[in-house]
Design a binder for this molecule. Sequence first.
Ligand SMILES: Nc1ncnc2c1ncn2[C@@H]1O[C@H](COP(=O)(O)OP(=O)(O)OP(=O)(O)O)[C@@H](O)[C@H]1O
Length: 270
Amino acid sequence: MPYLSLKNVWYTYSNGYEAVQDINLDFELGESVAIIGQNGAGKTTTVKLMNRLLLPTKGEVLVDGVSTKKATTAEISKKVGYVFQNPDDQIFQDTIYKEIAYGPKNQKLGDSVVKDRVAKAAEICGLTESLDEHPYNLPYSKRKFITMAAVIAMDPHVIILDEPTAGQDRESTERLGNIINYLSDQNKTVITITHDMEFVVREFKRVIVFADKQKRRDASPMEIFWDEKLLEFSDLKQPVICQLATILGYEGVLTIEDLLEREKYEKYNN
Ligand SMILES: Nc1ncnc2c1ncn2[C@@H]1O[C@H](COP(=O)(O)OP(=O)(O)OP(=O)(O)O)[C@@H](O)[C@H]1O
């Protein structure tokens, strides 16, 4: 049985706007999955349905076999953690330590466990030296890591990252990749919304495409980024390396290594 399932899920906001239609998705423990799609396609609405920030208007979301309609937010947040798109929607404590410790403390864990959780989460997120600082002493891009650490410290099975790559430099994007790998090694399910297609190719084996309120495809990066019709329909761009391969007359290329291999092959055979 999948750990997290969305079954024929629809969601309409209170102003009557229908944001997602008939979403079906299954996630196993240990999977890392990217969700991509244009602004307004329904990605954030969908992930908020996964941790009970929203309840489906129609259909059902099952976490560990239990419908989010039958569980409390506290029960679900132990299992599914959501890192907000905007860290300032999440941060509310006056030191980074307190911000990260809040979740584990709320779970009534002992002091030493809380300390260990904070230390580990801070280390992974590059915050060890900043624990006594006020969160707003760090720039926006770094505040995103504070909110990630706060969710990681709660040790949920599923961690949702909503646009963690937005505004991050190369070093921080690499750190993000390391965080995702670390979480996968811990058998966590990581679901990441991103607009960075290069990041998707580097870090994920499964990609879900949203367009116009619906899931349009759920497949490998190779299948997604060489599906011209899908990309056009969803208003998405191929990663730069695929665009370069197209100019050179190749298909089925995703990485620089693929491209070099293809070039070598062509030279050898001509
Ligand atoms: N609270 C709300 N009330 C009414 N409509 C909303 C609300 N929140 C989002 N919407 C609308 O629902 C649609 C889907 O929004 P959603 O944030 O899920 O899209 P998204 O794919 O995550 O986009 P982005 O990449 O811009 O974050 C958008 O048209 C948005 O304006």
